[in-house]
Design a protein around this ligand. Structure first.
Ligand code: UDP
Ligand code: MG
Length: 153
């Protein structure tokens, strides 16, 4: 497979509280992407400070920290051809009011402060986020039995 990538997806506390875990995972599975890491965690402020290091000076940063630590998060690593960009398209615009119907944010959320899911925004950022959120031993290298039907051999 060319352009095989991995990306970090996290179901935020509102997505978990609203029992959307199954519906969100379903969208990645039905597309054909492959799950290589999955865990539920209570995220620490230290991890979030690194994860959102580019947003520290934003006025919404304190409330973003409160939101992201308000309950458990489900973190996942998905693998596949062009998965970083495809995932951003599947997740939709940061502001759900601008997110297209059919995207996760467009289908399940209304306000930018509660947009249910995180996804890495570039291949480079994805690598950094995956190593921040997951130990190497928590990621599984495996080949799915339907690989030949998803990709040209
Ligand atoms: N956010 C917010 N208010 C804003 C902009 C962003 O609460 O005005 C939150 C929102 O949860 C968003 C996160 O900060 O998902 C990270 O912002 P970013 O611009 O990286 O958007 P994303 O990559 O999540 O689409
Ligand atoms: Mg971002």
């Amino acid at each position: 497979m060319n352009n095989c990538q991995r990306t970090l997806v996290a179901i935020k506390p509102d997505g978990v509280q609203r029992r959307l875990i199954g519906q969100i995972i379903k969208r990645f599975e039905q597309r054909g992407f492959q799950l290589v890491g999955l865990k539920m965690l209570q995220v620490s402020e230290e991890l979030l400070a690194q994860h959102y290091s580019s947003l520290h000076r934003k006025p919404f940063y304190p409330s973003l920290l409160r939101y992201m630590t308000s309950g458990p998060v489900v973190a996942m690593v998905w693998e596949g051809h062009n998965v970083v960009k495809s995932t951003r398209m599947l997740v939709g615009n940061t502001n759900p009011a601008e997110a297209a119907t059919g995207t996760l944010r467009g289908d399940f959320s209304i306000h930018i402060s509660r947009n249910i899911v995180h996804a890495s925004d570039s291949a480079e950022v994805a690598q950094k986020e995956i190593s921040l959120w997951f130990q190497r031993s928590e990621l599984i290298d495996w080949e799915c039995c339907d690989h030949g039907n998803i990709y040209h051999p």
